[in-house]
Design a protein. Structure first.
Lengths: 319, 353
């Protein structure tokens, strides 16, 4: 097979698989920068995926081909609302963040499959959606020789949007007043409160942003990869995103790059099928390679990941 | 005086857990009412399906067995301040290790075979999570990431190994182990009206008791807790934090590995290719949190959790209520355990009034 075709395949599968991870990892970054550990990203993605699929199935006749894009927003909004459970538990009711996150992960699949059975007459999975996010060819850019074919032809538009959102998130977190305050709440809530910053308010917003972005992440997974909703639509992507966030050292740009790396890793077993060189190698090695590479890279080059100082600490406001 | 205080404290935890369970059932009931299902009918069926007769009770205990062990495993790492998300992977390896030993050394006499199989499973699990412990201790690599990644490695690897080395040509499962390697016994089956209840439950109880002694009465257990509460202070007082991190992770995987081993030898009798990571690892986390990481509490929390799972099966047999309602109840219970501050607040208000 032609080397350029292989490269195109590598890039497009990588992008398709990274998009959900990028957004969810960015969401996790906001929550944890504000001091709330969010191991519930998996559950948030499930809720996002479920609501987006239901929306697409029920409303595609009204909105036509833009339905999947609206569905992403719906997934985000429902994800944000769902994440309020985590917010109320951890910020207001002083629950242990890990317990609350575990609740999110247990509750989401149960609730979504429960509702799926009610909406779709007893079945545990939804029908396949009739409108999905397909591939996209950038006008003009696609005509650039070589690069145009590799990066801009029949590629994943959401993935590019996700990268742009990653840059915006970095800007918000490091260049705006909101970002500075959110980070201060995650590093030293007592000092922040002395300066008149509402610790609880900022922590809530961190969690809700994680719900919004995680919900969109889950919706992307459903709208562009699985194309329906069932208990296995989200199978560990939330945990991968959590890992990407830590890998990226709680920095939006880092999280984005780590998520792209995981996307590349996830596409390895798919790509290996196309490479004649690896035709005789068992696919198992490609399946486990991404995870092993992640551990090795993390150990050798990154070392200790330092979380925001007050990450996971319950803050009890002064009266 | 001190004794009375600690007793009161334990009672308080029990009361809070009890309130959480009630609140969880109420939430489940409200959701059922909203969607037009009968809570009383479903809860009765649930209870019948898990405790209604001796057979169901046997099934409940059998299902609780691996939960107890993965929950113990999660707790011991957690006591040292580590978040071991890898219970599922460690359990899978323990399962594979035990079945492999039972199949390859089937010429050994029964008791030796069983002990060897369980030990193999335990060692597989321990070594596997020990890697995460070593990386954490010497390189500071986040155990959250390594255990998540290693779950997937275990998943793909075990599936591959089962298909390639254990399964008979083109099947997806290994042959069954010999009856002498099995943890089931005619005695226990007779006792529970032919349920799948097996000796693994007793092993789990023993492990829970040993972990209680280890964490509360032994120096090493104390060191584990010290590192979990304040790593810097523990190091300053002369505790080798590296050693503690590695030991707690080894123990954590050891327990999950035993969980996989006894479930394999007692429940499944073989190992087959799995389609998703087994959720016993994640459920073990939930059970451990439900029990406030107390080894003895874990026994009861596992039985409760398991009774909901097993009893949940009869909900969908006798009505058209989606069986997922059970997991909604379970997660609500754990939610209320998590927000015990709410109950503490209410209880305190009552006391001061």
């Amino acid at each position: 097979m032609d080397i350029s075709v292989i490269l195109v395949t590598v890039f497009s599968t990588t992008l398709i698989y990274s998009a959900p991870l990028i957004l969810t990892a960015l969401g996790g970054t906001f929550s944890e920068r504000g001091g709330i550990i969010n191991v519930g990203l998996e559950g948030i993605m499930i809720v996002g995926a479920f609501s987006s699929v239901v929306f697409t199935l029920k409303c595609s006749s009204i909105f036509g081909s833009i339905t999947p894009w609206i569905a992403l927003l719906i997934g985000g909004i429902i994800g944000a609302i769902f994440s309020l459970i985590h917010g109320v538990a951890t910020v207001s009711l002083r629950a242990n963040h890990i317990i609350s996150g575990t609740v999110i992960n247990l509750l989401a699949p149960a609730l979504c499959v429960f509702l799926t059975r009610i909406i779709f007459s007893g079945k545990g999975q939804t029908p396949v959606i009739n409108q999905s996010i397909g591939s996209y060819t950038f006008p003009v850019l696609a005509d650039i020789p070589i690069i145009g074919k590799m990066f801009f032809t029949k590629t994943s538009l959401v993935a590019y949007l996700a990268i742009v959102i990653g840059i915006i998130c970095w800007y918000v977190l490091y260049k705006t007043k909101f970002g500075l305050r959110l980070r201060s709440v995650g590093e030293n809530p007592h000092a922040a409160e002395t300066l008149g910053i509402s610790v609880q308010g900022y922590r809530y917003s961190g969690v809700v942003i994680s719900g919004l972005l995680g919900g969109i992440g889950g919706a992307i997974m459903a709208q562009s990869i699985t194309l329906n909703f069932s208990a296995t639509t989200i199978a560990g992507q939330g945990f991968m995103a959590l890992a990407a966030m830590i890998f990226g050292k709680w920095n939006p740009i880092g999280a984005t790059l780590a998520a792209i790396f995981f996307g590349l890793a996830q596409s390895l077993p798919i790509i290996s099928g196309y490479l004649p060189l690896f035709a005789n190698v068992d696919t198992i090695w490609f399946q486990i390679a991404p995870y092993v590479i992640t551990i090795v890279v993390l150990t050798l080059f990154f070392g200790k990941a330092v979380a925001p100082a007050a990450d996971g600490e319950t803050y009890i406001p002064a009266k | 005086m001190n004794n009375i205080l600690t007793k009161l404290r334990i009672n308080r935890i029990v009361v809070l857990s009890f309130l959480a369970v009630i609140a969880g059932f109420i939430v489940g009931g409200i959701i059922m009412l909203i969607f037009g299902y009968s809570p009383t009918e479903n809860y009765l069926n649930l209870f019948r399906g898990s405790f209604g007769d001796i057979y169901s009770f046997g099934e409940t205990l059998r299902n609780a067995t691996p939960l107890i062990l993965t929950a113990l495993g999660f707790s011991v790492a957690s006591k040292a301040g580590m978040f071991n998300v890898g219970g599922s992977g460690q359990l899978l390896l323990g399962w594979m290790g035990a079945i492999t030993f039972a199949l390859k050394f089937s010429f050994l006499p029964g008791p030796v075979l069983i002990i060897g199989s369980i030990l193999t499973g335990a060692i597989f699990g321990a070594v596997y999570s020990g890697i995460a412990g070593l990386l954490k201790a010497y390189f500071g690599t986040s155990e959250v990431i390594t255990t998540i990644m290693m779950n997937y490695v275990a998943f793909y690897f075990v599936n591959f190994a089962v298909k390639k080395y254990l399964a008979e040509h083109n099947s997806d499962a290994s042959p069954n182990i010999l009856p002498k390697a099995s943890l089931r016994s005619p005695m226990l089956e007779g006792l529970t009206n032919n349920s799948t209840f097996h000796w693994g439950f007793v092993i789990a109880l023993v492990m829970a008791f040993l972990m209680y002694l280890y964490l509360n009465k032994m120096k090493q257990g104390f060191e584990i807790k010290s590192v979990g509460i304040n790593e810097e202070a523990a190091r300053y007082s002369g505790i080798s934090t590296k050693k503690v991190i590695i030991i707690s992770m080894l123990l954590s995987g050891l327990l999950a590995g035993i969980g996989g081993a006894v479930d394999g030898l007692g429940n499944y009798q073989n190992i087959s290719v799995s389609t998703v990571l087994p959720d016993i690892g994640f459920n073990g986390m939930a059970v451990s949190l439900l029990a406030n990481q107390n080894p003895i509490g874990i026994i009861f929390a596992s039985i409760l959790f398991s009774s909901l799972q097993v009893g949940g099966l009869s909900i969908s047999v006798y009505s058209d209520t989606p069986p997922e309602i059970v997991n909604i109840v379970i997660s609500s219970i754990i939610f209320f355990v998590g927000v015990k501050y709410l109950f503490e607040f209410i209880l305190k208000r009552k006391e001061t009034n």
